[in-house]
Design a protein around this ligand. Structure first.
Ligand code: GDP
Length: 197
């Protein structure tokens, strides 16, 4: 998930090397969640849910509410007042490398931390920054989100291999634990991933 125009569709296309997601120069248009079944090599296929972008002023309150409703259907409710989301769900928050520390991104991350077991932050469009700007921006991101942030570019392909590895790691930490005779259903939740709090 991420703000409108953050480069979500471009990144999905770059990752899958297909034009499956529709990109757009006019932000805030897509109000649908797109679900992709991703089958890569010998790995177990998984579902990638592409939520509509948030934080675009044009949609106003109604679109913010739509977004929250959709996100809650996907992620389950806030853990404090509802059922826990599925144990094998992970989330990636996409943020624009040129704009560290946006309030809407920080709020999205806080919301994700409450709603999903495993998440990571990815900084898109890193090709748009010169070396010095990039170092400054990444430092700021890591201080805002208090964890490593992965820089990527759908244009140059930078960071895409690392992003696949990150996705594999998130998925591995969500797979059911090995068979345990004392828990034949295998319903234990996997351990929380390393995330500084
Ligand atoms: P979405 O609304 O989050 O799906 O964003 P899009 O993928 O449609 O991208 C929004 C705009 O940013 C488009 O004009 C893209 O060409 C551009 N864009 C997306 N990713 C990158 C990137 O990695 N580098 C650069 N330079 N532009 C990008």
């Amino acid at each position: 998930m991420g703000r409108s125009n953050v480069g979500k569709s471009s990144l999905i296309n770059a990752l899958t090397r297909q034009r499956v997601a529709r990109t757009s120069a006019a932000p805030g248009k897509t109000r649908l969640a797109n679900i992709y079944r991703v089958a890569r090599g010998a790995a177990e296929p998984f579902y990638l849910v592409d939520l509509p972008g948030y934080g675009y002023a044009r949609g106003g309150k109604a679109s913010a509410r739509e977004f929250e409703e959709l996100a809650q259907i996907v992620f389950g409710r806030d853990r404090q007042d509802g059922p826990t989301p599925p144990a094998d769900l992970s989330a990636l928050l996409l943020v624009d490398a040129r704009h560290p520390g946006l309030r809407s991104d920080i709020e999205a991350w806080q919301w994700l931390e409450r709603s999903v077991e495993r998440g990571a932050v990815v900084a898109t469009k890193i090709d748009k920054l010169a070396r010095g700007e990039r170092i400054r921006a990444m430092r700021e991101f890591e201080s805002v989100f208090e964890q490593a942030v992965l820089p990527v570019s759908a244009v140059t392909g930078e960071g895409l291999d690392e992003l696949w590895k990150l996705i594999d790691r998130l998925r591995r930490s969500s797979s059911p634990p090995p068979h345990n005779p004392r828990n034949p259903e295998g319903t234990d939740r996997p351990p929380r991933p390393r995330r500084k709090s």
